[in-house]
Ligand binder design. Structure first.
Ligand SMILES: [Ca+2]
Ligand SMILES: [Ca+2]
Length: 78
């Protein structure tokens, strides 16, 4: 019983830390925009280690120009 409770607690703590990390990475547009051109490409996201799938990237790219501006970037993960 005690062992089972401890396992649940560890899993919960792990999930919380992953969620915090993902949120912090997605929020920092200037860091992800490696060439500082005001737009983030899918490649820049990958290099920055942001866990975004191609489907999520395309869904966030509202004007379909294959890059995310800061407004489009802010919709990632929402
Ligand atoms: Ca860029
Ligand atoms: Ca765009």
């Amino acid at each position: 019983m005690l062992k089972r409770l401890a396992g649940t607690f560890v899993l919960g703590a792990f999930a919380a830390s992953v969620a915090t990390l993902a949120h912090a990475q997605v929020a920092d547009f200037a860091t992800v925009d490696a060439d500082q051109n005001g737009q983030v490409s899918f490649e820049e996201l990958s290099v920055a280690g942001v866990p975004v799938s191609e489907e999520v990237f395309q869904a966030a790219d509202a004007n379909q120009d294959s890059v995310l501006d800061e407004a489009e970037f802010s919709t990632l993960g929402q």
